[in-house]
Structure formats: structure tokens, C-alpha cells
Design a protein around this ligand. Structure first.
Ligand code: DAH
Length: 357
């Protein structure tokens, strides 16, 4: 048996008996590494006669390939068995119920948004989104609020410094600009809700500089105020989980709707709490109306063919009413005790069939 034959036999034996990937790696370095047994022999070829060098070189190459293959193959076997051993050890029972003692809580705003999207989703509204940083056109002008219009003052807008062209971008003051973006991008019929953050320079017991709204928009032929009323009644019944909700449509003004209305919900004020659904008091929950023909025209929609309704609802406001949360500012204080009290378990996913709250 030549020297190489016996080396081959020893190496293959060692490879076959390597018990783990670390040992195998050490072996690989000892044989094929820079100072490895085969590498060293390769380096020694230069000292041989040409004829012997050719023969010995070819034999070494064959051996090197065979050993590399054997190492790869053994590595695969060892890797598989290591994985199998781990899988056996880490076995767990997927049929066990989830652990009920989860610490985290879902914020009431997230939960309420989930409920709103469930309800409007079931009515066939798709979800649309727009940017928090808006321009004047989408937030105001296209909504029929031209410069100097008094409605602008009511919005207490956060403006950015003017850019090179002198235009001042702003933090959207309502979700209504998503109406414009949607109508300019799609052809009627349109049926969307747009949830999101809105911003106003305002901070007191009933106002925070950032709050949430959900906008609704429906555009189709023959749409009228009756459709709007039906939609909002159905929504309120589903959201407040009441068979009958007293709603009052009060004439109002918004530049982007005509006619416009504010909707109040019947409630009873008792000391620190408000109970929805009965009683002598009314509380405003949203603004709505028929989309102004000028707004449709700004978006390239023929107002002699299409009509639409829109509404905008304050998410914090309805969450406070539904869950009896007395103070708006606590929503954004990130107080864990508050969250433990008013938050929701992660598994309480709101669904129409399983229950909304
Ligand atoms: N954008 C209004 C606001 O923030 C709310 C609103 C009123 C939205 C009437 C509408 C609407 O879509 O039709 O005060």
C-alpha cells in the first residue's frame, strides 16, 4: 500500500467517526487547511522530478477531492442529526391553549380602530391612507377652503417652514385630504374609510395636539342623504352594541359638504360618567354631509352624474364614550397602570361575529 493509500484510509476512517460538526471542522483544517497534511504534500511537489511530479500531483488532487466530498457528506449527516436531536428536544404541543397571563395590552385607540374597520369593512368600505405631512391643496384648497377662508383659522394648523418655492407644508388637520387623494386616483363608484392621525395646535382637557379621525367617503350615482343616515345609524348600532341608538342630525356647515350636518348621540350624563343610548342629553360624535359639487369637480368627477356622502369621526371621542374613559389626555401619557386598566388583551381581536368589545 502506497503512502497516499494509507493516508486516504486513515482520513476516511477519521471522517466517518467524527462525532460532531466541530470535530469535523478541526479535521478539515488539519487535512485541507494551509498547513494541512494534503496541502503540505502539494507544496512538496516542486522538489520532485517532472514525471513523478505529474503522477504524484494527479494522485494528490484525486485524494483531495475525495476527502472534500467525504467531509461535506459527513457534515450533512452530522448537521441533520443535530437538527433532529434539537427538534426532538424542543417539541411542544401546538394544541395547548395560549397562555392567558400575557402582560402586554392593546391600546384602546388601536382596539377602537380595529372595531371601526370591522364594521365599515363589513359594509363594503375599503381602507385608504394618506400622508400625515400634507400640502395646502389637499388639506384645504381642494376641499373648498380657499386662502383667507375663516374655516382655516378654526384648524389651528402646524406649518413647516416654507420650502424653496415658498410653499408651506403642514401636518394634516383632518383626514378629509384622503378624500381628495382617493377621488383623484380612482373612478367612481368609490367607497372608502380613511383612519389616521391628525394634528392641531390645541391642548387642553378636551384637545390634544395629535388625535385620530376616521373619514368615510362614498361616491356613486344617485347617492342621497338617506344613504348617509342609514349608514351612520347602522354604524352606531354596531359600534355601541345597542339595538336602538338615538341619533340627531343637526344642520351645520363644512366647506366641503352641502348640506352638512353634525350628528349627536343620545346619552345620560351621570356625575363623572356618560351612558350612551338613553337619557336627556346629546353629545356630538361626528360631522358629515353630501360632498360639495366643487370638491367633486376639483377631483375630475362630473357632479351632474355622481353624488356622494362623507363623514369624519373622532376616534378618541367614540372610544371615551364606549369605554367610559373620562380624560382625553390620558390616552397619550403612556402610563402603564392606565393601559392595564383600559387596555385590551391581545387575543381580544374585535370581530363582528365574535364580539366587538
Ligand atoms: N374634517 C372635519 C373636521 O375635522 C370633519 C368632517 C365633517 C369630515 C364633515 C367630513 C364631513 O368628511 O363630511 O372637523
Amino acid at each position: 500500500m502506497t503512502d497516499l493509500d494509507s493516508l486516504r484510509k486513515t482520513l476516511l476512517d477519521e471522517i466517518e467517526t467524527a462525532q460532531n460538526l466541530d470535530d469535523l471542522e478541526q479535521l478539515r483544517v488539519a487535512v485541507l487547511g494551509k498547513k494541512g497534511q494534503i496541502t503540505k504534500r502539494m507544496k512538496g511537489l516542486g522538489a520532485l522530478e517532472p514525471e513523478a511530479r505529474r503522477n504524484q500531483g494527479a494522485a494528490l488532487n484525486t485524494l483531495k477531492e475525495e476527502i472534500s466530498r467525504a467531509i461535506t457528506e459527513r457534515g450533512r449527516v452530522l448537521g441533520d442529526s443535530a437538527l433532529n436531536a434539537r427538534l426532538l428536544q424542543e417539541r411542544f404541543d401546538m394544541t395547548l391553549p395560549p397562555r392567558p397571563e400575557t402582560e402586554g395590552r392593546i391600546h384602546p385607540i388601536s382596539q377602537t380602530l380595529g372595531e371601526l374597520l370591522q364594521i365599515f369593512g363589513a359594509m363594503g368600505f375599503a381602507v385608504a391612507e394618506g400622508p400625515d405631512v400634507e400640502d395646502d391643496f389637499h388639506n384645504f384648497a381642494a376641499l373648498n377652503i380657499p386662502p383667507e377662508h375663516p374655516a382655516r383659522q378654526m384648524h389651528d394648523t402646524f406649518y413647516f417652514p416654507p420650502d424653496a418655492s415658498g410653499e408651506r407644508r403642514l401636518l394634516r388637520t383632518h383626514t378629509s385630504p384622503v378624500q381628495i387623494r382617493t377621488m383623484r386616483a380612482a373612478k367612481p363608484p368609490i367607497r372608502i374609510v380613511a383612519p389616521g392621525r391628525t394634528y392641531r395646535r390645541d391642548s387642553d382637557i378636551t384637545h390634544t395636539p395629535m388625535f385620530h379621525q376616521i373619514e368615510g367617503l362614498l361616491i356613486d350615482r344617485g347617492t342621497h342623504m338617506g344613504h348617509l343616515k342609514g349608514c351612520l345609524f347602522d354604524f352606531c348600532r354596531a359600534f355601541f352594541e345597542l339595538d336602538e341608538v338615538p341619533l340627531r342630525f343637526r344642520p351645520s356647515f363644512f366647506p366641503f359638504t352641502e348640506p352638512s350636518a353634525e350628528v349627536d348621540i343620545g346619552c345620560a350624563r351621570e356625575k363623572d360618567t356618560i351612558r350612551v343610548g338613553a337619557g336627556a342629553d346629546w353629545l356630538e360624535i361626528l360631522g358629515c354631509g353630501m360632498v360639495h359639487p366643487k370638491v367633486l369637480e376639483h377631483c375630475g368627477i362630473d357632479s351632474s352624474v355622481y353624488q356622494g356622502f362623507a363623514f369624519g369621526l373622532g376616534v378618541e371621542r367614540v372610544a371615551m364614550l364606549k369605554y367610559g374613559i373620562p380624560d382625553l389626555r390620558t390616552f397619550f401619557e403612556a402610563d402603564l397602570r392606565w393601559l392595564r386598566h383600559y387596555g385590551f388583551l391581545p387575543l381580544d381581536v374585535p370581530t363582528l361575529t365574535g364580539g366587538l368589545s
